[in-house]
Ligand binder design. Sequence first.
Ligand code: 4AD
Ligand code: MG
Length: 475
Amino acid sequence: MTSIDSLLKEPRLSQDVTICGWVRTFRSNRFIALNDGSTLNNLQCVVDFEQMGEDTLRRITTGAALRVSGTLVESQGRGQSLEIQVKTLEVLGDSDPEKYPIQPKKHSMEFLREQAHLRIRTNTFGAVMRVRSALAFAVHRYFTSHGFYYFHAPIITGSDAEGAGEMFRVSTLDPRNPPLTPEGIIDYKQDFFGKETNLTVSGQLEAEAYAMALGKVYTFGPTFRAENSNTSRHLAEFWMIEPEMAFYDLDANMDLAEEFIQEVLRYVLDHCREDLEFLENRLLDEEKSKPQAERSAMKLTDKLRFVTDQPFRRVTYTEAIDILKQSAPNRKKKFQYPIEGWGTDLQSEHERYLVEKHFESPVILFNYPAEIKAFYMRLNEDGKTVRAMDILFPGIGEIVGGSQREERLEVLQQKMQQMDIDEKELWWYLDLRRFGTAVHSGFGLGFERLVQFTTGMGNIRDVIPFPRTPQNAEF
Ligand code: 4AD
Ligand code: MG
């Protein structure tokens, strides 16, 4: 058996081949478009009515699984270069054409989300998921070839790395009748782990321990956030890539993030041409149905080159606030969240203004106010900003969040006190500052946001196989 992808790449003309796949369409009782998922392209299989018999022909319906053997020849018809002249055909699995949800027509993304187990059989989702796979490979390739070790952070953890309190509890206690302490609160000492545990929101704190021994490490795994954000850029379960490097300061961290993203995107530009071309055309079609003012001027691959072919602009938070304050949309009260002054967090409308309108390039914002960032970020000499950096992309807003970490024990302890974080919970994290502390840095890249950017999909739910969002954990 051969895959359609390898047949098309290295056609062995006039030879007998066998392929398996699913029927996309069947026309004129003669032409089967077969797809096996190895590539966007279908392979046309030409059957002979007389030879097949009516019973078999009737079973060749959209969605059915077939095994086909025959001779690979140059196609007479238009629309494809090769076809198989079928000698034998076996229906492996029938599909009721009346009931099969994926008809050969355009379906809405909302409908396909409800059919997430079958939507991968469409051109769009096939392309997205192949690109997703290539991106994941490119991530590992980059780090492996740059001296990083792949490290697996635990999924179940006792600590809230981001301090945002958006965690999913992990417990085996009976929710109807939990054991209580004398004070009447749930007694987690009697729970499975003997303490409160949650699904991790980030592998960073554990990655820091590993960086302080192996030098350069990265995690790439699922993370969980119970934030009730029903947006096109938030998932309750998403994959995050988190490199962590000993002896890197913020500038080195930014250099790495920029080079890493550019190299990963170059990899898919080189290796996923067909799928990207398909996704680009799909977007162009979609654009045509939008009003002129909302159309994007950039094609998908232009957008990718917008990132790979120019340096990211590095701007301090303070500079960004000045730009935003004086910006036309702020003066005309067009922002949903007006920029009032220094110290407020930026919303994605502000981030996108900076990237898409003001700088017209990817932007790295750094040195944020300490109050709006996590406890572990290194305090600057001014005493009010921290060495944080966010990378902002067109259409997406924040794609990376990272920082230089606070390596000074006393400063970190003080910060934890201010933010009401229990030292006892993070005793081991403080140990890293007690024994051989050093400057170190890292960042987190939301993998689905990267896939979203690369494929041009409008909703993050359409770039992860089975999305988990508020009120939705089907499949
Ligand atoms: O900015 P965040 O919260 O940073 C951290 O978790 C750090 N501990 C990372 C580090 O320094 N090692 O999240 C990092 C990135 C965001 O920039 C965004 O791309 C993505 O993770 N992200 C989400 N993606 C999808 N759905 C969500 N709910 C996300 N929350 C964050
Ligand atoms: Mg962030």
